[in-house]
Design a protein around this ligand. Structure first.
Ligand code: SF4
Length: 393
């Protein structure tokens, strides 16, 4: 039995995906609601990957006709944000869900993109769960994450617990449920999905504990509490509590407005100049200390992301050619950039052959923030195109 809801990916004030934030910093949700939602390219790529994953699940579990599937797939693959690796990653997600479904003695209930009601625990809240599977007393809640910047483990994950609560409330009258299993498939971070299990009693007990916190968050009450959860907060750049915590500039007086002004932002930028390089330098020193076996409380040295290399490049490529792989696939032929060509040709030849013949244009660099004593003139978005693209003379 399969159910597909095609839920709109809209968001409640107290969303499941933001729960790790508003559970720690209760006034953040109301503050975020006053700020524009600047959707990043990474978020839009994530949305496309989710749509691709959903399409594949529809084909596998709801018998979406092959012609329709192929037409939709083609459309997505032509999307400007499509990356071929998306297919591998969404295939891994679908295979994981198939492995869970096939482990049941008889076909379980499967719901894809199911919108779940969370209002029993959190005011006016709902969430959209990527995949819910129920059978033999077990509830599985699975989420796909396309990002790679921040690993999201399933262990004690409030977003997953909220989806599980919603699924439990929606389906426990239809299906007996004793065990709850949550999993996050994040292929850019982990080879294997991150999994965690808990009992129905523990899940419901957690649901009770969040009720008063959710009520405070819904009313915008409580203290601003900076921490790791600030990373995706819309207020993270100008949140006073965060700025003051970062700069250790004293405690937050309740009479001050929650967002700093541009005058204050200018002063903060000046005060904070050098913090980034100082921080990375301190991290290097702490890493050296940890590698020496010393103790840096709260920190440890771990292995970085590994990389792949050929054991013998010549032998590997000779083998691939022998197997019929075209040489054009093996090498990336790129033109030299103008500065590289200037180096290769000498300044004089470069000037005669390229610059003076009108084959080179100079583009302005991306705008950057600089102190007002900087010699370059100030620019705004009002700059005319002819000021940005000038022929080199
Ligand atoms: S940035 Fe400010 S409002 Fe947002 S979660 Fe952090 S402390 Fe709370």
């Amino acid at each position: 039995m399969t159910e597909i809801a095609h839920a709109q990916r809209d968001h409640a004030l107290l969303s499941a995906s933001g729960a790790h934030r508003w559970l720690h910093c209760t006034p953040s949700a109301k503050l975020e609601a006053t700020l524009p939602d600047t959707t990043s390219a990474a978020a839009r790529i994530g949305t496309l990957a989710h749509e691709l994953a959903e399409l594949k699940l529809q084909k596998v579990f709801s018998g979406l006709p092959t012609r329709k599937y192929n037409a939709e797939l083609k459309k997505m693959q032509k999307h400007e944000l499509y990356e071929s690796i998306m297919d591998d990653h969404t295939n891994a997600y679908v295979e994981y869900i198939q492995s869970i479904v096939h482990a049941f003695p008889s076909p379980p209930f499967v719901a894809i993109e199911r919108k779940v009601d969370l209002t029993e625990f959190v005011p006016e809240s709902f969430g959209t769960s990527d995949c819910i599977i129920i059978g033999s007393g077990k509830l599985h809640v699975i989420d796909y994450k396309n990002g790679q910047g921040v690993p999201v483990p399933a262990f004690d994950n409030p977003q997953m617990k909220m989806y599980a609560l919603g699924a439990l409330k929606a389906f426990s009258l239809l299906f007996p449920i004793q065990e709850v299993h949550v999993a996050i498939v994040q292929p850019k971070v982990w080879d294997q999905p991150s999994e965690w299990s808990l009992s129905v009693a523990d899940l419901l007990a957690w649901g009770e504990t969040i009720k008063p916190i959710a009520q405070a968050a819904f009313s915008g009450e409580g203290a601003y509490a900076p921490g790791d959860h600030c990373g995706f907060c819309r207020a993270k750049g100008t949140c006073r509590a965060r700025v003051e915590q970062l700069l250790d500039a004293g405690s937050l007086a309740p009479v001050k407005p929650p967002l700093i002004s541009w005058e204050e932002a200018g002063a903060v930028l000046k005060q904070a100049e050098g913090i980034v390089s100082w921080y990375s330098e301190l991290k290097k020193l702490a890493l050296a200390e940890a590698l020496k076996g010393g103790s840096v409380p709260g920190w440890k040295a771990v292995e970085g992301r590994g990389s792949r290399d050929y054991t013998d490049l010549d032998a590997a490529f000779a083998y691939l050619k022998e197997k019929g792989i075209d040489e054009a696939i093996l090498y990336d032929r790129r033109p030299l950039t103008p500065p590289q060509l200037e180096n290769a040709l000498t300044k004089k030849v470069y000037k005669e052959l390229l610059a003076e013949s009108g084959h080179i244009i100079t583009r302005s660099g991306a705008p950057t923030l600089a102190p007002d004593k900087d010699k370059r003139p100030a620019v705004t978005n009002q700059v005319k195109p002819e000021d940005v693209f000038d022929k080199e003379d």
